[in-house]
Design a protein around this ligand. Structure first.
Ligand SMILES: Nc1ncnc2c1ncn2[C@@H]1O[C@H](COP(=O)(O)OP(=O)(O)OP(=O)(O)O)[C@@H](O)[C@H]1O
Length: 253
C-alpha cells in the first residue's frame, strides 16, 4: 500500500540511522530440527557508515543480511530502512521497498541469467520506479565492464560477475547497501576496487553493511559486528586500522 509507505517516510539528517534492526529473532524448523539462527540482534547503521559483519560459519550472518534486506522475515523484531518498516509485510511490499531503498549484493544471485548486464541494470532501475538514475553505461564503466554491457551473466568470469553484481546492486542508488561476501573469490586488485566502490557509496551517504571473512573488507569498515550463535557484539575494538580512535557504538543499539 503505497499510501502507508509514503506516510511512514522520513527525511534523515546526515549521519542519522538509515538502517535499524531491533531485537531480531529467526527461528527455523526443518523436520525435527529447530534452529534459532538470530537471538535478539539489534543494529543501527547511519548514513555514510560502513559496518562489517563477521563470524564463523553458521553464526547467522546470511540470515541477518536476508532479514535486513526484506528477503526473509524475522520471526520476531523489526527492521526499518530510511524510517520505513520493511519487516512483517507481504512479500510484494517488501520487494517494492527493497527496490526503492536497498541494494543487495548476493554474489551472483542478484543477476537474472537470461538478461544482459545492461538489461539487469535497467530492470533494477525500473523496479525502483522514480528518482534520478545513473545510466547503465556509466555504472558498468565504474566497475570496469563498459565493454560487457551485452554479455549474459554466464559469459562472465568470477571477478566480472562480482563486479556486475555490484553494478546491479547500485543501480537503484540505494540508501542502504547490503553485501554478502562481496569480495569472496576475488583477487586482491579487484577486491580493492570493489571495496573502494563501497567506500565511495558510503561517502555519498549510503549506509553499507558487508558480511565478510576478508581482513581487507574489515579494515575499510567504520565498525565491526561479530555474530556468534545468533548473538551480536560490537567487535570494533578488537580490530585496528580505520577503527582506531573512532567512536564505538553499541552493536545492540
Ligand atoms: N532455510 C534454513 N532452514 C533451516 N536452517 C537454516 C536455514 N538457513 C540457515 N539455517 C541455519 O541457521 C544458522 C545460521 O545460518 P546462516 O547461513 O545465517 O549462517 P552464516 O553465518 O551465514 O554461515 P556461512 O558463513 O557458512 O554462510 C545455521 O545453523 C544454519 O544451518
Amino acid at each position: 500500500m503505497a499510501a502507508n509507505i509514503s506516510h511512514e517516510m522520513r527525511t534523515h539528517a546526515p549521519g542519522e540511522d538509515v538502517l535499524t534492526a531491533r531485537e531480531l529473532y529467526r527461528f527455523y524448523r526443518a523436520g525435527e530440527e529447530e534452529t534459532l539462527a538470530l537471538r535478539g540482534v539489534s543494529l543501527r547503521v547511519g548514513r555514510g557508515e560502513t559496518v562489517a559483519v563477521v563470524g564463523p560459519s553458521g553464526s547467522g550472518k546470511s540470515t541477518l543480511l536476508a532479514c535486513l534486506a526484506g528477503l526473509d522475515e524475522p520471526s520476531g523484531g523489526e527492521v526499518r530502512v530510511n524510517g520505513v518498516r520493511i519487516s512483517h509485510r507481504p512479500e510484494t511490499e517488501r520487494a517494492r521497498l527493497r527496490a526503492r531503498y536497498v541494494g543487495v549484493l548476493l554474489q551472483t544471485r542478484n543477476l537474472l541469467p537470461h538478461l544482459s548486464l545492461r538489461d539487469n541494470i535497467r530492470l533494477a532501475q525500473r523496479a525502483k520506479g522514480r528518482g534520478p538514475a545513473t545510466s547503465p553505461r556509466e555504472l558498468l564503466s565504474q566497475v570496469g565492464l563498459a565493454e560487457r554491457a551485452h554479455a549474459l551473466p554466464r559469459q562472465l568470469s568470477g571477478g566480472e560477475l562480482a563486479r556486475a553484481g555490484l553494478a546491479v546492486a547500485l543501480a537503484n542508488s540505494p540508501a542502504v547497501l547490503l553485501a554478502d561476501e562481496p569480495t569472496g573469490e576475488l583477487d586482491s586488485d579487484i577486491e580493492r576496487m570493489v571495496l573502494a566502490m563501497l567506500r565511495e557509496r558510503a561517502a555519498d551517504g549510503c549506509a553499507v553493511v558487508i558480511v565478510t571473512h576478508s581482513d581487507q573488507a574489515v579494515r575499510v569498515a567504520d565498525r565491526v559486528i561479530a555474530l556468534m550463535d545468533g548473538t551480536a557484539t560490537d567487535a570494533s575494538a578488537a580490530h585496528g586500522g580505520r577503527l582506531e580512535g573512532q567512536e564505538v557504538r553499541d552493536a545492540t543499539g
